[in-house]
Ligand binder design. Sequence first.
Ligand SMILES: [Zn+2]
Length: 378
Amino acid sequence: MKPTYYLKKLKELSKRYARAQQIPLHKARDAVAEILGFSHWHDVTKAHRAGWTPTKEHVSAVETLLVEALPGDEAGGPRSGTFIGDSIFETDIQHGTIDGHEYTIATSMGDVHLHGTGWHLQVPEAPYEEPRLEIAKQIRHEAPVYEAAFQQEVLNIAIKRAQQVRAGIASDWPRRSTKPDKDGFVRHPIYGAVSDKWFCLHCEASITGEQIAESLWHCPRCDASPLDVFESPWWLGEQDAQPEPIADNEMQGRPELVVDVLDTRLKLELDAEKVTLLIRSALVEDALNVSERLGALFADIFVHDDNDVCITFDEDLWPEHKEPISALAVAGHLGINVDKAFCLRELPFAWPGLGGHTESTAEYTQTMLKAYANQRAD
Ligand SMILES: [Zn+2]
């Protein structure tokens, strides 16, 4: 390997570190110099001119610095600009434990999710949006999720991950998107426009270049995504109120953890459609031949407001004396009453009795087709 290769590599790593940490390049280079045993980057280049070259170990030490700032596979990869693409549907789920209680941590669409038994913590990508801890009401005793110390520990893990995600996104964007120039101009990371003033389509806030870079292009007031931040409020007419600037004291960092306790158990809401489905399934079970099965499928099932049921059978398809035993059993479990009625309707096929001799629909179909074909002219 040429001696200049490692120096070039160090410069590239410094650049990525600067973007990831949203710090000026000279600061990133000084951080790298420190790892190499120098006090400033200037001393590194001076030493290099005098014949010093970094070793492979030096380069890996600097890579470690970057690895700590970035999540998972992004740090080691030689390509740039891949973090956002890779992390939209990140499949990398990691496992861990807190005081013996297991959890998983994953990132989805930039948000960090920590899942434990009966709880879920979400730290949104937007830096000013509150973290939210959902606790399933019914499992109070699975983990000490109601204790402040446990909640804090969970939050720390998720926030650290969120910072890595943030660093990964920043390292993907153009440098000018996360580091305003001396006049406060920044480049939109997606649309590419450059301005020192930005506008939120949602809350119509006016945001400075420094503020929008600081909040990673999410609206600091309403957390709208970078896609809704524009360099001009093009949606406003002349008569509309002018956008209101965001005061610096609104930029207070992430709000406190919000805890929601929810009963997450699935509840059965019995309605007419569900009652009908169960009753019809039972009727099919009660049917002994094709004719009765068609009768079960064709029966009119009416569900009253109190879920009591009236089943109207076609007397050509369902024998009048036949008790729908399974359907009555289902009704018993549901605690509802069943009324039976009979009617004569026009049926889909002639000669309904043909289905009374077989359990096979194929056989019935064949017989029925034959009967249609063999009709006499009169
Ligand atoms: Zn907004």
